[in-house]
Design a protein around this ligand. Structure first.
Ligand SMILES: [Zn+2]
Length: 73
């Protein structure tokens, strides 16, 4: 089983087929993404809600280690 991290695959709830393609995705909140899938087998369209990978800006971003790399000539 290979793990393609970003493109999570959905399964059609009607026929159970994995022959689905992502039609679009949309952020419903800052933490949730709604995906619209299209099933090629039964032409069903369904929506899944995924947790967004986007992390809120953390303090770690601001408090970077201070480098005192002075170039001495
Ligand atoms: Zn289907």
């Amino acid at each position: 089983m290979t793990s393609i991290s970003h493109q999570h695959h959905a399964k059609c709830p009607r026929c159970g087929s994995e022959l689905v393609s992502l039609e679009w995705d949309e952020h419903v909140t800052s933490r949730q993404v709604q995906d619209l899938w299209h099933c090629w087998k039964c032409q069903n369209e369904f929506i899944t809600v995924e947790a967004s990978d986007e992390k809120p800006p953390s303090d770690a971003e601001v408090t970077k280690p201070f480098f005192t790399s002075l170039v001495m000539e």
